[in-house]
Design a protein around this ligand. Structure first.
Ligand code: SF4
Length: 362
């Protein structure tokens, strides 16, 4: 309506109201200041720490259920089966049960992990391709990439059971395939137990390298350095295979798995000293993709879920399970994981792990 009034008339009206308006404003000033101060105090109060017993969850290290902060499971290793077709003498996740969760329950657990902050999943075993000829694993891989939209889905396998048809169906959902290989001398692989019948481990490794290139999956190699391969020179073979990462572990003892009472393996004869491990690393220092992992770095820096979806705490040199996340939820179970996030970061656990980010030269 003001717009419709002639400008002279509008000017007269404004002048008439200016005085009463300014005195009204003067009387309101103290009230406005009081209101502002009250609102500011309320806001700063909400920024204070929560009262004792209502901790704010943070991305930080947990400590056997007594730690002050909540662990966020960014990167998780799910060992959904303990069954394997190989018999490596130092294996520390042995076939103590044949239990595997129904597929729907495994997916429910993975969804819970996603809601708790998981960004990367690694499927491992046992041998993960042994269940339903790789289809169980394939469905989990597809589910994690397509439905949970994880930035990285990876697998650690001995490679012997993988067929090309698996890559055709599921390869597009997989970021990284890590194949365990401890020697390029087949006789050494047989001595270690990384073999089955007439299968040639090294030949299969080379075939898998080609399939990874053809189906655009990042190719990785894992090697366990032990008494039988500690003097080997693998530089040429590793460079020729050109993996995105070559993870080199020191043989590790875990009570109840590969040493001590009730263990299915006796790994003492495979052990090497820290100096011997360092000697192997020094010999291979020119291999740029080499990522070393000593026992110290390895022990508590992995979040491990077993076949029942229980976190395995290795702090005391054996695998002590939490309750299952399917029964008590992630937040409760993870308090008992023994996970050392500082060591996880120190060992380079967070790296460019999605194949979209790797910019691979296929
Ligand atoms: S390949 Fe060897 S180390 Fe891996 S799960 Fe099988 S027996 Fe154990």
């Amino acid at each position: 309506m003001w717009m419709l009034l002639p400008s002279t008339l509008a000017g007269k009206l404004l002048r008439a109201f200016r005085k009463p308006l300014s005195s009204l404003w003067d009387s309101l000033v103290p009230w406005v200041l009081w209101l502002r101060a009250t609102l500011w105090l309320a806001k700063s109060d909400s920024a204070r720490p929560l009262r004792a017993g209502r901790r704010r969850p943070q991305k930080c290290t947990g400590d056997n259920g007594e730690g002050p902060d909540q662990v966020i499971p960014i990167s998780v290793n799910y060992h959904f089966t303990r069954q394997c077709n190989y018999k490596c003498g130092f294996c520390f996740h042995t076939a103590k049960t044949s239990f595997v969760l129904p597929l729907d329950e495994a997916k429910r657990g993975l969804r819970l992990m996603r809601e708790a902050g998981m960004e990367k999943i690694n499927f491992s075993g046992g041998e993960p391709f042994i269940q339903d000829r790789g289809n169980y694993l394939g469905e989990l891989v597809r589910f994690c990439k397509e439905e949970l939209r994880l930035s990285c889905v990876s697998i650690v396998s001995n490679g012997s059971l993988i067929q090309e048809r698996w890559f055709k169906t599921y390869g597009e959902y997989l970021d990284i395939l890590a194949i365990s290989c401890d020697s390029f001398d087949e006789q050494v692989n047989v001595l270690i137990g990384r073999s089955q019948g007439k299968k040639n481990h090294v030949e299969k490794l080379q075939k898998l390298r080609v399939w990874c290139r053809d189906y655009r999956v990042g190719f990785k190699i894992n090697s366990v350095i032990n008494r039988f391969n500690v003097d080997e020179d693998m530089r040429e073979q590793i460079k020729a295979l050109n993996p995105v990462r070559w993870k080199v572990f020191q043989c590790l003892l875990i009570e109840g798995e590969n040493t001590g009472e009730n263990a299915l393996r006796e790994a003492q004869r495979f052990l090497i000293s820290d100096e011997e491990f360092q000697g192997f690393l020094d010999r291979h220092k020119e291999v740029s993709c080499l990522v070393p992992e000593s026992n110290k770095k390895m022990k508590d820096s992995y979040l491990i879920l077993d076949e029942y979806m229980r976190f395995l705490n290795c702090k005391n040199g054996r695998k002590e399970p939490s309750k299952s996340i399917l029964d008590v939820g992630v937040e409760e179970a993870i308090k008992f994981s023994g996970f050392d996030e500082k060591m996880f970061l120190k060992r380079g656990g967070k790296y460019l792990w999605s194949k979209a980010d790797l910019h691979l030269d296929w």
